[in-house]
Design a protein around this ligand. Structure first.
Ligand code: C2E
Ligand code: CA
Ligand code: CA
Ligand code: CA
Length: 276
């Protein structure tokens, strides 16, 4: 049944999106969640190990339908295929910016990072969304960060270029997400407006035993820092991984060892305790 292919209706200019049957039921659920306020954001702090400050808090989308939680790895791809990610992405940007505003007002001037999909960046309206957001929000744009996968930085389409330029011009910072998973060449690194590189969890997972992962982490960290970028390691789960990573020169760490992504209401008290 999983391979049954059907054509779904058109959303946001995707005339015929081909969805598998199980994806169709997810699309159904996404609509349901939109109608019932089932979307929320959790925030995962990233710790800067050079001064023990909070480097950023990453906003991660959650989707609830009744008692069921849909994992992002299942619903994000469907939201991308159907174009729903554009509306969801606008909501995420607004909500995350609002969170950053609130944190700032309560004594936590921390960046909030938002994941942005290709479909959002190929939509010309992304610029306007951003501008509208920065007009209505008193938030300093430097407290908003966009996380994009490598391929988006190599994208030569005019819409993507313009949207990225507009974000940088507006004062937002850009991070390369999931670095090292995209089989890309390194040449593009010297020409892109990102000031942060997030090393994918695959390089952290098998530390400290895997010496090859360690060599890669060291080399990439050195390279990125020489290019003026900050390096974050994702998916830190154990004290041994922490110890090993501290010896590589990475600037910041993110992972369950510090905290799982937190619901909005728990983030502030976590940040306050961490400062304590
Ligand atoms: P990502 O951007 O790479 O986000 C990091 C993922 O790693 C999150 O999964 C986070 O919960 C998880 N994680 C953090 N620390 C650890 C750890 O120590 N161990 C392990 N095993 N995992 C850890 P999550 O929240 O399930 O999100 C999965 C992916 O869904 C994200 O990967 C991102 O690509 C996408 N996503 C989530 N929220 C959004 C969103 O608002 N917009 C877009 N476009 N994509 C999103
Ligand atoms: Ca991310
Ligand atoms: Ca990532
Ligand atoms: Ca990812």
């Amino acid at each position: 049944a999983l391979t049954t292919v059907v054509a779904s209706g058109s959303v946001h200019g995707n005339p015929v999106t081909i969805l598998k049957r199980n994806e169709l039921s997810i699309e159904e659920k996404l609509h349901q969640a939109m109608e019932t306020g089932g979307f929320s954001l959790n925030y995962q702090p990233v710790i800067n190990v050079t001064d023990n400050s909070i480097e950023a808090c990453e906003a991660l989308m959650r989707c609830r339908i009744g008692d069921e939680m849909l994992p992002p790895d299942r619903f994000i791809p469907v939201a991308e295929k159907t174009g729903l990610i554009i509306e969801l992405g606008d909501w995420t940007l607004l909500t995350a910016a609002h969170m950053a505003e609130q944190l700032l007002a309560n004594g936590h001037p921390t960046k909030v990072a938002v994941n942005v999909s290709r479909a959002q960046l190929t939509a010309p309206k992304f610029q306007q969304t951003l501008q509208a957001l920065l007009t209505i929000s008193p938030l300093p744009p430097s407290l908003l960060e966009l996380e994009l996968t490598e391929s988006l930085f190599m994208d030569t389409s005019i819409a993507v270029r313009r949207n990225l330029d507009a974000a940088v011009e507006a004062g937002l910072s850009l991070a390369i997400d999931d670095f090292g998973t995209g089989y890309s060449c390194l040449a593009y690194l010297k020409d892109i407006p990102a000031n942060k590189l997030k090393l994918d969890r695959t390089f952290v997972k098998n530390l400290p035993e895997d010496k090859k992962s360690l060599a890669i982490v060291r080399a990439i960290t050195r390279l990125a820092q020489d290019l003026g970028m900050t390096v974050v390691a994702e998916g830190v789960e154990t004290p041994e991984q922490l110890d090993t990573l501290l010896g590589t020169g990475v600037n910041a760490l993110q992972g369950y060892l510090f905290t799982r992504p937190l619901p909005e209401q728990q983030l502030e008290s976590w940040l306050t305790d961490f400062k304590g």
